[in-house]
Write a protein that binds this ligand. Sequence first.
Ligand SMILES: [Zn+2]
Length: 191
Amino acid sequence: MAKLYFKYGAMGSSKSAQALITKFNYEEQGMSVWLIKPSIDTRDGQEIVKSRIGLKQFADVILPDDDIKLRYEKFDSKDVIIADESQFFTPEQIDQLRDVVDEYDVPVLCFGLRTDFQTKFFPGARRLMELADSITEIKTVCTCGRKATVNARIDENGNIITEGEQVLLGGNDRYVAMCHKCWSNKIKLQK
Ligand SMILES: [Zn+2]
């Protein structure tokens, strides 16, 4: 039986690289893969999934109003679905992916963040935690050596920001993964 997978990790934990390597492995076995990525704004079309180690591939962009199951049925009925940045799907879209797994016996592998810069769930990540058959953490380390779990948002001077919108458009270089202890210590020192 196919499964819904949620593979989460903090910023910089090589989720995109893992997604692309997984795609390659499936394709090497002769299976077709639909690589998708949610749009956090309204741009349509294709976007690139790229990792810091240089791997990149085009992905189909899913808009917030898209019905992923309908789209899968009509156009993209591949053997496997791999999604990057899955935290930005709506909860309804995670339900649609769940239905694809159940009705078509197609594995769906969702890579993404668990929580935002305030340590709160992204709605899509919460729904994945509720519905996934398999939940695994892709680990990365803080500068102190502990496991990094917090996606700290920083300003141009490197200070941690704790207020603001959940999504900062185009702000990927504004995040640092750190452990909770370093995160809260740094916030205390800033005061
Ligand atoms: Zn630390």
